[in-house]
Design a protein around this ligand. Structure first.
Ligand code: SF4
Ligand code: SF4
Length: 309
């Protein structure tokens, strides 16, 4: 049985300092088409005249801007503090090496301390140094971007390849958007797949969440995980079944939906025009507005616009 979260953790998850509604688009499984769905809902809402922020919080593999054929603009660096060692002041005590939980520091005989591994900027080494031999340097770990395209503004984040600090980039990205929240009528946050910290951080402040899945045993398994997470944080949610006409797995999804008392709000079938629009980098709601996916996603977007809190 999953332990209940403490009320203050749930409250902190739901806290936001502005009234603009935030809709999360997530899904336990990768490759189910979350970003396609998020991009199309965002485009549809923007085409209704709403001022929309679309946040691509999958900073390890951001692709919302690609699906909209938009460049990434207005870059801001995401930095962490990293230690710089002063060999005049260092007495070789080794306290910083013991304090570093990543085992990233090394003291060659008769030399100054070297940073040889990953550094997450925790600053533990600064705190324990008895001689103030460590000063603050900066390391760039990624960037956030903001691209304005009429009344759709796309925020993306990118982690530098080979680094581990994706949580920092997600947090900076969310901060950038939330600081500007009053400029928008609605904010859509597309998360990375999974149920890990980055997904939780990306969904923080969401008024409701759309869990995207596909009707396969794997899709069902991962839907169960993401709905369990949303249960824990007491998040209002619905399910969108993508590739709904794949044979065999819809019964599984319906059972899981029932288990988590969650409605299936929409089903999008496999559709050649949807694929074509992805390849063209134009949302299907704009390229093929008469197609089944476009009609379904426009209708979902209208519902979201109507029930905005
Ligand atoms: S800041 Fe933290 S992770 Fe980086 S070297 Fe110091 S103790 Fe290690
Ligand atoms: S804690 Fe300070 S003084 Fe000790 S080895 Fe590290 S840098 Fe040098």
């Amino acid at each position: 049985m999953i332990a209940r979260l403490r009320p203050e953790i749930i409250q902190s998850f739901h806290r936001k300092e502005f009234s603009t509604p935030v809709i999360g688009v997530t899904g336990g499984k990768g490759g189910v088409g979350k970003t396609t769905i998020a991009v199309n809902i965002a485009a549809s809402l923007a085409d209704m005249g709403l001022r929309v922020a679309l946040v691509d919080a999958d900073v390890d593999a951001p692709n919302a801007a690609i699906l909209l054929s938009l460049p990434q603009q207005q870059p801001l660096d995401v930095t962490i503090t990293m230690p710089l060692f002063d060999d005049e002041k260092c007495n070789g005590c080794g306290e910083c090496i013991k304090a570093c939980r990543l085992n990233s520091l090394f003291l060659p005989k008769g030399k100054t301390v070297l940073l040889l591994g990953d550094c997450n900027g925790c600053e533990a080494c600064f705190l324990v140094c008895p001689t103030e031999a460590i000063s603050r340097g900066q390391k760039i770990v990624g960037q956030t971007y903001k691209t304005v395209n009429k009344n759709l503004t796309v925020y993306t984040g990118e982690l530098q390849p080979g680094l581990l600090e994706s949580a920092l980039v997600v947090n900076e990205l969310k901060k950038r958007v939330f600081d500007e929240a009053d400029q928008f009528d609605i904010i859509l946050v597309d998360t990375s797949p999974g149920t890990h910290c980055n997904v939780i951080n990306a969904l923080k402040g969401a008024d409701q969440v759309i869990a995207v899945t596909e009707p396969t045993p794997l899709g069902d398994h991962d839907l169960d995980l993401i709905l369990s997470l949303l249960d824990q944080f007491e998040v209002k949610r619905s399910i969108l079944i993508n590739r709904a006409d794949l044979p065999g797995g819809k019964g599984l999804i319906e059972k899981t939906a029932e288990k988590h008392k969650t409605v299936v709000a929409a089903e999008v079938g496999m559709d050649a025009q949807l694929l074509q629009s992805n390849v063209a980098g134009i949302p299907v709601v704009r390229m093929f507005p008469q197609s089944q996916p476009a009609k379904t996603l426009n209708s979902l977007a209208r519902n979201i616009a109507e029930v905005r809190p």
